[in-house]
Design a binder for this molecule. Structure first.
Ligand SMILES: *[C@@H]1O[C@H](CO)[C@@H](O)[C@H](O)[C@H]1NC(C)=O
Ligand SMILES: *[C@@H]1O[C@H](CO)[C@@H](O)[C@H](O)[C@H]1NC(C)=O
Ligand SMILES: *[C@@H]1O[C@H](CO)[C@@H](O)[C@H](O)[C@H]1NC(C)=O
Ligand SMILES: *[C@@H]1O[C@H](CO)[C@@H](O)[C@H](O)[C@H]1NC(C)=O
Length: 190
């Protein structure tokens, strides 16, 4: 999954030179966190201007992640793994947005239906060291997940929405990239 063929590299080079005057997209492997965190692996996700960075710690079955995605300050971002299913229901999600008090906030929320409350709640695994930041028009969620029950390969999904109301992320678009933003991730790869 992390393997990039020479064809797509070539295509990327052409696209990069075509769009050189608009925006130089930095591949995740070249990205430097302002707060100096380092992660061993990363993937540029195919939708929603999103990137996942991680370091897996096999001895404790934990993974440190940073999920970052382009977003306006008024919107929200989320990333989730689903340990039990392929769909949205069962997703164990991390969300971030600007709280109405003006600070960027992040918390965990389990998705148990297609109209989830999006209220803070515990996930099916431990999450620690959570923080969020807003840098260069991107929201970034940092967290340590696990222990992960000896599983490293997960269905994952990521999402974004334009509005937050009373500190609750509101419904995302249900067409286009917002319904394509899922896949599989193996924390042992990369
Ligand atoms: C990414 O980093 C590599 C190695 O340092 C460098 O050769 C390459 O030009 C960088 N690419 C971009 C788009 O910054
Ligand atoms: C803003 O609210 C968040 C909870 O969403 C809280 O963690 C944070 O401490 C608050 N910040 C300020 C400056 O009041
Ligand atoms: C989590 O935070 C604790 C306390 O700040 C720190 O000691 C630990 O190294 C962090 N864990 C990871 C995996 O970053
Ligand atoms: C994970 O695997 C290790 C080594 O195989 C084993 O000792 C441990 O009991 C397993 N833990 C779980 C939660 O299955």
């Amino acid at each position: 999954m992390v393997v990039i063929s020479s064809v797509s590299c070539f295509t990327f080079t052409i696209l990069a030179s075509l769009f050189i005057f608009s925006y130089a997209q930095v591949p995740c492997s070249n990205y430097t966190f302002v707060s100096h965190q380092h992660f061993n692996s990363c993937i540029d996700l195919p939708h929603l201007d999103a990137h996942l960075h991680w370091t897996y710690f096999p001895s404790v079955n934990k993974v440190a992640i940073a999920y970052r995605a382009g977003q306006d300050p008024s919107g929200w971002i989320a990333w989730a793994i689903n340990p039990t299913d392929t769909g949205m229901v069962g997703s164990q999600a991390l969300v971030a947005f600007y709280d109405s008090n003006g600070s960027i906030t992040t918390y965990t929320t389990p998705i148990s239906s297609y109209s989830p409350s999006m209220q803070p709640g515990d996930l099916s695994f431990q999450v620690s060291n959570m923080s969020a930041e807003y840098t260069n028009n991107e929201m970034i969620i940092f967290a340590v997940l696990g222990p992960l029950n000896n599983q490293t390969n997960f269905n994952h999904a990521w999402q974004a929405g334009d509005t937050v109301s009373n500190n609750i992320p509101q419904m995302h678009t249900t067409t286009g990239p917002n319904v394509l933003s899922f896949g599989e991730i193996d924390f042992l790869s990369g």
